[in-house]
Design a binder for this molecule. Structure first.
Ligand code: ZN
Ligand code: ZN
Length: 345
């Protein structure tokens, strides 16, 4: 079968590899779509920071929807079942797993470092395969993973019904946070995002006030409109300027949840917290393992009832052969308006 494998920095090649076979408790899945994630872009651009030579070449891709093609022993799911896959396997034994905080597992994926979804087929633990209801296509369901990251951040935050919300950054993760903040009864939702097309989609996802930070100061605007600052903010970029903006946009005693992935240290003024008694917390991934469907299930229902429109979330679908030029290179091009690209083998 064909697989796109990472050999090193900005070096992905399409290889012919042996199709995997499912072991006990595993399923073989024909990949309908696999989304390109911000983390995949980090791996692509800074391969040496993440992989030892012996781990390469590596097939990336963890936002996967598809159809079960074969099952190993002890699997209840039938061949032909359409599924979305969870990306992580917690160890089940560390203190985080014991407390049900599976996404914080101290030894995540120790038992299953598998090739990913930029391939015609993948093998995954059947525990990570969530069957889809009629009317939700596996190709659309691939967005359950990134949307769940924003959903998890909202569930981690103290957001309550009627709370005003600031979201800094309307990329794939920010959009998920906007959708869930709206669903949780937050509002008004202020979104700061420099790209026109992203602001437009943010409005579709539930943003009430759209702010272009290249035209006006989002912090000033949010304080002006709320009279005191947002109750809750989300930082969904991963940059020191947007971190400061998110915190400054909150009121005294307000909270900021950081979801953006930072590639290094950030300068930050701690007095912003001390003086106005603000708080900041982080949020990582979404619930996984035995609790996977707690958050995936919400997104699947949103896709089913039309509250979430995959067509608006996804900007392009590309074939496996075009994964570099139309996928990774398009997403790492600052001029490009791409946001979420699905690779459809
Ligand atoms: Zn992802
Ligand atoms: Zn664990």
């Amino acid at each position: 079968m064909k697989a796109a494998r990472l050999y090193g920095e900005e070096d992905i090649r399409i290889d012919d590899v042996e199709a995997p076979t499912p072991g006990e408790g595993e399923v073989l899945v024909d990949v309908a779509a696999c989304g390109i994630c911000g983390s995949d872009l980090h791996f692509y651009q800074h391969t040496d920071d993440f992989f030892d030579d012996e781990d390469l070449p590596q097939t990336l891709g963890h936002e996967i929807g598809g159809t079960i093609a074969a099952t190993g022993e002890g699997v209840d799911l039938a061949v032909g079942t359409e599924v979305v896959l969870g990306p992580h396997t917690p160890c089940g034994e560390c203190w985080c797993c014991e407390e049900g905080k599976y996404n914080l597992c101290r030894d995540l994926n120790a038992t299953s470092a598998r090739p990913g979804g930029y391939a015609e087929q993948v093998v995954e633990s059947a525990d990570n395969a969530v069957p889809l209801p009629d009317g939700v296509s596996p190709a659309d369901a691939a967005i359950a993973q990134p949307v769940s990251v924003g959903l998890h951040a909202v569930r981690q935050s103290p957001l309550g019904v009627g709370d005003s919300v600031a979201v800094v950054g309307a990329g794939p993760i920010g959009l998920g946070a906007i959708r869930s903040a709206k669903a949780a009864g937050g509002g008004p939702i202020y979104v700061s995002e420099p790209q026109d097309s992203r602001r437009e989609v943010a409005a579709d996802f539930g943003a009430d006030v759209l702010i272009d930070p290249t035209e006006e100061d989002p912090v000033e605007r949010i304080h002006e409109e709320t009279g005191r600052g947002a109750d809750v903010a989300f930082e969904a970029v991963g940059h020191e300027n947007t971190l400061t903006q998110a915190v400054e946009s909150t009121r005294a005693d307000g909270h900021t949840t950081v979801i953006g992935v930072f590639s290094g240290p950030a300068e930050f003024e701690p007095q912003l917290l001390v003086q106005d008694q603000r708080t900041v917390g982080g949020s990582t991934s979404h619930l996984v393992g035995p609790r996977l469907t707690e958050e995936y299930g919400v997104v699947i229902r949103q896709l089913e009832n039309g509250d979430l429109d995959a067509e608006k979330y996804v900007t392009s679908r590309v074939g496996l052969d075009d994964i570099v030029a139309d996928g990774f290179d398009a997403l790492t091009d600052d001029e490009s308006e791409e946001r979420k690209i699905l690779v459809c083998p």
